[in-house]
Design a protein around this ligand. Structure first.
Ligand SMILES: Nc1ncnc2c1ncn2[C@@H]1O[C@H](COP(=O)(O)OP(=O)(O)O)[C@@H](O)[C@H]1O
Ligand SMILES: [Mg+2]
Length: 380
């Protein structure tokens, strides 16, 4: 068990001049479940491979526990990595696969006897619910079973940390959800540091103690799922986290001597703010689909046409249009009666505002409450 520290880490592949990971600073606590999330190509795998020692570190330092590991061989880092394709040995049974690391070499200076190997493999296979499959070969297993065997094989070495690179992406949706909870359960049981890579924001929100959101090799925000969702640090995080994605609108800042107000003309929203005033006159407003209040067409508000709707179960996503304006909102399915026209209103406190220039969240306040957060949550 150990924490992992990345200090100003950068990576530039030999055949290219461009840094694919830039000045990455990340402190992963011992026993933490940290999720690294971002779109394909943003550098997630590269980060994991640098921690594992499979990729050279161009700049900066990586520590595992107290030890600086920059030049340490992968086998000496005492870390287990589980990939997207589980790469089990096809000619070995499940038992053989799980036992492989124990037979291969001494673990932590101990050479295992046959009896000990059998005992360890059995214990771990019970934990991962593959104990009934020990005599089967990989080709006789389902995707989920193979995945659990790969995990068992990684765990048998009792590594200081687990690195997982999109381990669920080959599974179907239902199995993904089941395996997600199994990995979390496993994390609680083994009490080891996990660094989990995914491009799937739902996976990140549901699994992480903390999430690091990456884009173009740069970490955009590191925080709890709650903070990342309710206080996205910038426009990228706001767009990337949450499904369906946040709606964005142009907004203008109107200052006079007494007060500052922000107007979203398209939506007929005017909001007085009492925090620091943005320097810019034109800013961007963001509203999550679930923070739009949909009422019947006769009520007050902005009239919109329903272009189409998507039934998601207990919730329905409405795609609304009016002239050039398009937005998505999420309503309880039981409240939606298939109307062709609706009115919308806005929970003003849940609107986020971003700078058009820096794209940072402006962190504006209204009556002492930071806008964009849950009602009643005060920020100093
Ligand atoms: N071995 C390599 N040589 C050169 N460029 C690479 C290599 N591996 C990855 N890259 C590039 O580095 C960037 C990040 O890749 P990767 O870490 O695999 O992203 P992710 O896992 O987030 O999809 C991509 O632009 C990719 O093309
Ligand atoms: Mg990858």
């Amino acid at each position: 068990m150990a924490g992992i520290l990345l200090n100003h880490v950068g990576k530039c592949y030999k055949n290219s001049r461009e840094y694919v990971v830039k000045d990455l600073n990340l402190e992963i606590q011992d026993k933490e479940f940290l999720v690294l999330v971002g779109p394909s190509g943003c550098g997630k795998t590269t980060v994991l491979r640098m921690i594992a020692g499979l990729e050279e570190i161009t700049e900066g330092e990586v520590f595992i526990g107290e030890q600086k590991v920059n030049t340490l061989e992968p086998k000496d880092r005492d870390i287990a990595m589980v990939f997207q394709n589980y790469a089990l040995y096809p000619h070995l049974t499940v038992f053989g696969n799980i036992a492989y690391p124990l037979k291969q070499r001494k673990i932590k200076g101990v050479k295992y006897s046959k009896k000990e190997i059998k005992k360890t493999v059995e214990e771990i296979s019970i934990l991962l619910k593959v104990n009934h499959l020990l005599s089967r070969y990989p080709k006789e297993l389902s995707g989920g079973e193979r995945q659990r065997v790969a995990l068992a094989r990684a765990m048998v070495r009792e590594p200081k940390a687990f690195l997982m690179d999109e381990p669920l992406s080959n599974l179907d949706a239902q199995l993904r959800s089941v395996t997600r909870s199994e990995i979390l359960k496993l994390h609680r049981q083994v009490q080891t540091t996990f660094v989990y890579v995914t491009h799937d924001q739902t996976e990140a929100l549901t699994m992480g103690n903390r999430i690091a959101v990456m884009n173009h090799g740069v970490v955009q925000q590191i925080d709890t799922p709650y903070e990342v969702f309710y206080h996205p640090a910038n426009l990228f995080v706001a767009k990337f986290i949450g499904s369906p994605a946040m709606n964005f609108f142009d907004a203008s800042v109107n200052k006079n001597e007494e007060k500052t107000s922000i107007v979203i003309e398209e939506l007929g929203v005017c909001l007085e703010i009492d925090s620091k005033t943005p320097k810019e006159e034109k800013i961007i407003a963001g509203i999550r689909p679930e923070n739009i209040i949909v009422t019947e067409a006769e009520k007050n508000g902005v009239k919109m046409q329903v272009d189409h709707s998507e039934l998601m179960g207990t919730e329905t996503i409405l795609h609304l249009i009016r002239n050039d304006l398009e937005l998505r909102c999420k309503v309880p399915t039981e409240d939606y009666r298939g109307e062709k026209e609706v009115n919308i209103q806005f929970d003003k406190e849940k609107i986020h505002f971003f700078s058009k220039i820096t794209e940072q969240n402006l962190g504006l306040c209204c009556s002492g409450v930071r806008i964009g957060c849950l009602p009643g949550v005060l920020h100093s």
